[in-house]
Design a protein around this ligand. Structure first.
Ligand code: PMM
Length: 279
């Protein structure tokens, strides 16, 4: 397994639990929109088996508009501080350099930017000087209109090529290559068939030589797979399907999976590890 500076080392795929401090997250719909409740939620995720907790204050669901920076800081920083004070390994899910900077000062040890540094030109320099691991996700633009960008000839080849280019740009910007984590960006400018192809080809991303984070949790493509008579189950009813993807991603070599409901995925990554060891 890969080692990333400042993070513990796990002998299997790590489980990243999600705390969305937003009133409108598509999957956990504002239930943790309060510092105390959000910190408690993060601690509960750790008890359920999360290895790290990803704290975000801006919804990226398709069609979502942006939250302003002051509001994002107000949502995220106290939760990062509260969880870090409890000894939790915290990552911050943000597209803003200021939020990343302040979150690192508050104890976050990883910056997870769904735009891979594209949304804020100050992000790459900020992470370069913070010297923390940085998640570079495949991204083609903001959520407001990303669905129109879900056009691919060879989705796996194009996502790998675009991630490679983005990784090179981030390294040119001063972030050490050994601090980079890559992510195929399931659901971001992707249709269900694209997401499924990317999961099926998880192993191909090893060609990029960096750890891979896979975030399938509760996403639309799972709703599509599970739909009955054209009706998709609600986001919160997609956790068993999420755990199934966690097992596949772990078995196919993912470094970590990012999920809202941790317990089933914590089991899934252990099963994947045991099966891999028996191969
Ligand atoms: N997806 C969401 C938010 N953050 N971060 C990474 N690295 N990869 C993702 O695919 C990703 C992410 C959107 O989902 P949420 O609202 O359910 O958290």
């Amino acid at each position: 397994m890969s080692t990333l500076s400042g993070l513990p080392e796990w002998d299997r795929c790590a489980v990243m639990g999600v705390v969305n401090v937003t009133p409108d997250s598509f999957s956990d719909g504002g239930r943790w929109f309060d510092t105390t409740a959000a910190v408690k939620r993060g601690l509960d995720l750790v008890s359920d088996g999360a290895d790290l907790v990803d704290v975000g204050g801006e919804s990226t669901r398709p069609g979502a508009s942006r939250v302003d920076e002051e509001e994002e800081l107000r949502r995220v920083i106290p939760v990062v501080r509260g969880l870090a004070a409890e000894g939790v390994t915290v990552s911050v899910d943000t597209m803003r350099a200021t939020v990343a900077d302040r979150a690192v000062a508050a104890g976050a040890v990883l910056v997870n930017d769904v735009s891979g540094g594209l949304a804020d030109p100050a992000m790459v320099p900020a992470v370069a000087s913070a010297e923390v691991p940085f998640v570079v996700m495949h991204w083609r633009g903001f959520s407001e209109d990303m669905n129109s960008r879900a056009v691919y000839g060879d989705v796996v080849g194009e996502v790998i090529a675009e991630l490679r280019a983005r990784m090179d740009a981030v390294v040119d910007g001063g972030i050490a290559p050994e601090l980079i984590v890559l992510d195929p960006g399931l659901g971001f400018a992707k249709e269900a068939a694209h997401d499924l192809a990317l999961v099926a080809h998880t192993r191909d991303f090893q060609a990029l030589g960096r750890p891979l984070l896979v975030a399938a949790s509760r996403k639309r493509f799972l709703g599509h797979v599970l739909a009955k008579n054209g009706a998709a189950p609600r986001a919160r009813e997609r956790d068993a399907a999420t755990a199934a993807v966690s097992a596949i991603a772990a078995y196919e070599g993912a470094w970590a999976v990012r999920v809202h409901e941790v317990r089933a995925t914590a089991d899934a990554v252990r099963v994947a590890r045991a099966v891999e060891a028996a191969r």
